[in-house]
Design a binder for this molecule. Sequence first.
Ligand SMILES: *Cc1c(COP(=O)(O)O)cnc(C)c1O
Length: 414
Amino acid sequence: MPQQLTRETLIAKDLADPLRRFRDQFVIPEGLIYLDGNSLGMLPRACVERVQQVVEHEWGETLISSWNDHGWIELPLRAGAKIAPLIGAQADEVVVCDSTSINLFKVLASALTMRPGRRVIVTNKENFPTDVYIAEGLARLLGNGCELRFATPDTIDAALADDVAAVSFSHVDYKSARIEDMAGITARVQRAGALAIWDLSHSAGAIPVDLNVAQADFAVGCGYKYLNGGPGAPAFIFAARRHHDAMRQPLSGWLGHATPFAFGSHYEPASGIARMITGTPPVVSMSLLETAVAIITEAGIERLREKSKAMTSLLIDLVEQQCAGSGLDLASPRDAERRGSHVIFAHPEGYAIVQALKARGVVGDFRAPHFVRLGIAPIYLSYAELWDAVARLKTVMDAREWNQSRFRVRAAVT
Ligand SMILES: *Cc1c(COP(=O)(O)O)cnc(C)c1O
């Protein structure tokens, strides 16, 4: 437990923070402490300028010529190449397109066709729901051609038989924040003849990922979380270069065609990662993601990880000191090396606590059944804010502010 933690020591820590200048590059509402950058990243100021440029100039004035003149047509590959170094991939192994859910569908289906004779997809029942639902939908579509099997990263060996085509796990668990051993699990999956698929939604932009060191086969991930691409920002797909010729995805739309503008009457996949593209990119949204990723790159993913570890550790220390006896139990790994960039605490009144905290200007989120989840986006948060957030949490807990009926009404989005 750290000695003499005070608000002043944390202000000093902020002054010495090598990433300090990045905070000013984001729009930060006055008085708001935002511990939810793992669900929707904050707005980079550069995106405010970029949206104006892309809407008013590129769309408004240059119109359809912008596909060539402003490189709109290359945007999916260009944005993918910018994300690549953040996740340990080569520039030609990543493309930005569609949503994480849809990309997972494409990747799972590709994996099945690359392992003929094998029909099982292994995933984690506790995975983010869409990851399970999408696999269920694919299995239903393929009937006898596909079956789901549930396992966790800890029980994977028992699930690996010669009927397994692919294993799909999250790198960082969306609830506990536990980081999985990507290289170790990938090796075991591949030894059993299957392909390893990783969901990087809670990793990309906060934690350096080494897809190629781990020899991962495929990965998907979100653009609107730590990458700060904005609400509904498109997602990305990674496919290892060694699979580019063999992979075939089922949403074989025209912009993933070898020669889209030949307008031929049969589908022929583009070479390389481009065959993962389906249709026309959402240019406005993707332009913002491209702009936002550049800020993460400039900050440096290794430095972001160092700050994230320091901050999640500080948050745990502060909650355990200030809110001792309040019933908030750490449910994330205590070892920072095994923990992603958010922290969850279990409490039977988790939902109401999150609402009461929000009424005091601290935004976190609730995850069923009883978790208070506090996300740390290291690029724009300050250490002093964490002090203030926990001081407000202490008030909520000490005064039992959560015990008011207005904090117990469930909204559509939690
Ligand atoms: C956030 C998240 C998603 C979101 O998928 P969308 O298609 O963008 O709704 C998927 N998987 C995981 C693991 C996530 O954390």
